[in-house]
Ligand binder design. Sequence first.
Ligand SMILES: *Cc1c(COP(=O)(O)O)cnc(C)c1O
Length: 418
Amino acid sequence: MTGLPHGLLDREACAALDAADRLAPLRGRFLLDDGLIYLDGNSLGALPAATPPRLATVVTEEWGRGLIRSWTAAGWIDAPRRLGDRVAPLVGARPGEVLVADSTSVNLFKLLGAAVQARPGRRVILSHQGNFPADLYVAQGLCELLEGRCELRTVPPAALEAAVDEQVAVLMVTHVDYATGAVADMAGLCAAARRHGALGLWDLSHSTAALPVDLGGCGADLAVGCGYKYLNGGPGAPAFLYVAERLQGTLRSPLRGWMGHAEPFAFEPGHRQAPGVEGFLCGTPPILGMAALEAALDLWAEVDLEAVRAKSMLLGDLLVRLVDERCSGLGLELASPREAARRGSQVALRHADGYRVVRALVDRGVIGDFRAPDIVRLGLAPLYLRHVDVWDAVEALREVLATGAHERPEYAVRAAVT
Ligand SMILES: *Cc1c(COP(=O)(O)O)cnc(C)c1O
């Protein structure tokens, strides 16, 4: 089902969709240049207007005046759990199951290590080809550290379910593919893991705050996710981890720090893991980053995620249809699922010269990104994106491709960040 009007789609029709959009006022809660079309909120979310004053208060008042007293007086010490409880409803978790800490990669290492240790006698970490490389690297590093005690096995995404067997300690899946935006079948894969006694670990980096996620309802065991993408927590924002309550008494974090100790200020020589999800804390939380993420979570607390998903699917359908109608014969191929329900909040287009196309778009104020080898990735963050932005972005894309504007030699030189 699509909510797009039948018949001719023009810029006026897109403006009419904006006029009917109940989420439209939320754009005013972000600091965004009006001339910019930002299609990269899946990589670095935009800046909420509430964030700079919040950061200023934390720096000048809590740090500047409160100094070390702020660890208790300003609630700094509780921030990982407090923010975790605010992320929890976005991913279908209960209070006490989510912790905001560290980076996604570090959290993945902690949970993967704990999962392998909890399944002695099973040697396989099962994942999918095309998974985000960092996730595969973390698994490779863990296997190397464990000197052959475990191995990483990857299969095509469609073969995952059939590949779960009694050798698998943990099934590690990224819920929404970072490149194509394809959504994995969380319920089905969780059931397969359960049937075979494996643990299921989900990377929610491209799903959190982009679509409703139901970790609890699917029976997911473990998860990690990112704070700086759709959550809008700021560059390098702290990430989160989820440990289902039923597993909290048994899993042990391989990264033992004092913050994960049952009594950090007892200064005992041996580690006693804190009960509950706090046992997965390692070191001191980065309070400035936490403050920026908390300001963003205030905004998410007001937002209905079902409405966000509905708008995201409409924006995606609009983009796909406009590319079909207006850019045919220009060398683009859809890399995302065509069906909105199977697609996250992005549309990926293959083009042989994808990198140069992205660079030419950036010079026209349309910011997307490039994922090797050939993907032009256009993220659709429904809190601040308008339907006319999608129209204008496709017009810019059409103009670039039709005139060959992307063929300028300077676009061929790759920047450090693509
Ligand atoms: C963005 C992303 C990460 C990011 O990990 P960092 O530790 O923040 O660099 C991890 N996994 C996936 C699937 C991602 O999309």
